[in-house]
Design a protein around this ligand. Structure first.
Ligand SMILES: Cc1cc2nc3c(=O)[nH]c(=O)nc-3n(C[C@H](O)[C@H](O)[C@H](O)COP(=O)(O)O)c2cc1C
Length: 263
């Protein structure tokens, strides 16, 4: 595949929520995971759990990867070298989530190149205690996202994105004007409406608010409002699962002299 072909794979990708009966072979799964491992890393702080159980996997997918921020293995390595980690949990988690997420995205891309589709599932972090029990995770491993994967039964069209100028700031952050925000919102809303994307899924309004949207007007920006304006207001929703996995994000450790970025 040439360079343009590879970029084309990324431009055509869309999340897949319907899979064929075809089982990915062990070789294919290993190729995808090896490509994942080859992602850039701060300290190889990502690990993957794999479940091949269509009955239990979302969308009946043949593969479900649970992506973990894994500080446990680093601590095992440090211990053997006679070091103790003093980096705060907040900082180590920032790097661990990055390592694991870049790895997971390499799985997505490698999968696409090999004909596999995929879809992330963001609920894992909030169900970390159940996942931890299910897979027998040691402390200091935090499952934060899942990735369903398999051969697509259908290929959705690529979903819209903000205009490039709304995302890319050259030299200096450019505060968007009201017109820029409106244009960006229209690009998203019109794009999703044209695909009738939310035909099966409208987030209900909490607190007795009256519904004023229909399938023909409910689109991405209203969907964002209903998610980020109604859900997960309590930090404990995340801090609780983190604690259950052995991470104390708010704890301030003893001050010590030392370096800056461990990456
Ligand atoms: C962190 C994260 C969490 C997500 N969670 C879900 C989910 O729970 N259910 C789902 O169907 N899609 C989920 N998605 C997929 C997004 O809905 C999808 O990537 C987004 O709508 C853009 O569409 P596209 O991937 O087809 O371009 C998630 C994606 C990410 C990156």
């Amino acid at each position: 595949m040439d360079r343009e072909g590879m970029v084309g794979v990324l431009m055509e990708r869309a999340s897949v929520r319907e899979y064929t009966e075809q089982e990915p072979t062990r070789e294919t799964v290993e190729a995808v995971v090896r490509a994942g491992q080859q992602a850039p890393f701060a300290a190889q702080l990502g690990s993957l759990l794999l479940r091949r159980d269509r009955e239990r996997n979302p969308f009946g997918a043949p593969l479900l990867f649970t992506v973990c921020a894994d500080v446990h293995r680093l601590e095992r390595v440090l211990e053997r070298r006679g070091w103790t980690r003093i980096t705060s949990d907040a900082a180590v988690l920032l790097f661990a989530i990055q390592d694991a997420a870049y790895m997971a995205e390499n799985l997505v891309i490698a999968g696409e190149i090999l004909g596999l589709g995929s879809c992330y599932l963001g609920g894992a972090a909030f169900a970390a205690e159940e996942i931890r029990a299910d897979y027998g995770l040691p402390p200091r491993v935090f499952p934060f996202v899942q990735l369903a994967m398999g051969y697509p039964a259908s290929r959705p069209r690529p979903r819209p994105r903000y205009p490039l100028s709304f995302t890319l700031h050259e030299d200096r952050y450019r505060e968007p004007s009201e017109a820029d925000v409106e244009r960006a919102m229209a690009a998203m809303d019109e794009g999703y409406l044209a695909q009738d994307y939310y035909r099966d899924y409208v987030i209900p309004l909490d607190g007795g608010r009256r519904e004023t949207y229909s399938r023909h007007t409910y689109s991405w920006t209203e969907h964002m409002g209903r998610k980020w304006g109604q859900w997960l207001a309590d930090a404990e929703d995340l801090l609780g699962p983190l604690r259950a996995c052995g991470f104390e994000v708010g704890r301030v450790p003893e001050r010590r002299e030392g370096g800056s970025s461990p990456a």
